[in-house]
Write a protein that binds this ligand. Structure first.
Ligand SMILES: Nc1ncnc2c1ncn2[C@@H]1O[C@H](COP(=O)(O)OP(=O)(O)OP(=O)(O)O)[C@@H](O)[C@H]1O
Ligand SMILES: [Mg+2]
Length: 224
């Protein structure tokens, strides 16, 4: 089953009157169950592409389908629903909510989904244990290291058991050991629950388990 499909996607940014052509005709299909790495030098457009895939940003031209749902026609409310129920997103800059504790940041998508308190508590405690943060539940993001915040962001993306997870350099701020543990977690979810992963990375350790490696260069995608 196609879980994500991009058709002739372009993205330009206009900055101080100058047009920057970041994506120049991306065609891509990701099937359910894939474990895909997206590589490319800094500034090549990995974050831009992930944002467009996840409905965080809109393409200048072209179409994005999540399953059979085309994103561009959706109202903001409907798009938020699609993202909430189908997608997990790990932002490069984490995007944790500073006013909420670690526990509540992770529970937030489940609150939006209307899950009961007992189920939320069990799932959040289990997921935060899996990323090694059981002892930090009541702390706020500002009290955590970059790597710890990154692990909260991963836990929050996985908490709804989404079909597709888009992750922007999810191990960039982790030491080798912790990075490997996070990769193992993602890979286990991929194998056991069939969760589809697409992650931007520069980390060779992440590549060992991938089913596909995509490379972004000059606004175009190439495949190994
Ligand atoms: N909101 C924006 N407005 C203008 N230009 C932008 C914007 N976002 C990104 N860009 C430009 O688009 C290009 C691609 O940026 P992007 O963040 O997607 O790259 P990246 O591959 O994720 O880089 P990195 O590996 O450093 O995270 C860069 O030249 C950047 O300056
Ligand atoms: Mg980036």
């Amino acid at each position: 089953m196609d879980i994500l499909r991009l058709q002739n996607v372009f993205k330009d940014y206009i900055l101080k009157g100058e047009t920057i052509q970041v994506l120049q005709g991306i065609d891509l299909t990701i099937q359910s169950g894939e474990f895909v790495a997206l590589m490319g030098p800094s500034g090549s457009g990995k974050t831009t592409l992930l944002h467009i895939m996840g409905g965080v940003d809109e393409p200048t031209k072209g179409k994005v389908f999540l399953g059979d749902q085309e994103l561009s026609g959706l109202s903001a409310g409907r798009l938020a629903q699609v993202r909430l129920h189908r997608l997990g997103f790990v932002f490069q800059a984490y995007n944790l909510l500073p006013a909420l504790t670690v526990f509540d940041n992770c529970a937030y998508p489940l609150i939006l989904q209307g899950r009961p308190g007992k189920e939320r508590r069990e799932r959040v405690e289990k997921m935060l244990a899996r990323v090694g943060l059981s002892h930090r539940l009541k702390h706020h993001p500002e009290d955590l290291s970059g790597g710890e915040q990154q692990r909260v962001a991963v836990a929050r993306a996985l908490i709804t058991r989404p079909l597709l997870v888009l992750a922007d350099e999810p191990t960039a701020h982790l030491d080798a050991e912790t990075g490997r543990e996070i990769i193992d977690l993602l890979h286990r979810l991929n194998e056991e629950e069939g969760t589809t992963f697409l992650f931007a990375t520069h980390d060779p350790a992440l590549l060992q388990k991938t089913t596909r490696i995509l490379r972004l260069r000059g606004g175009c995608l190439f495949e190994d």
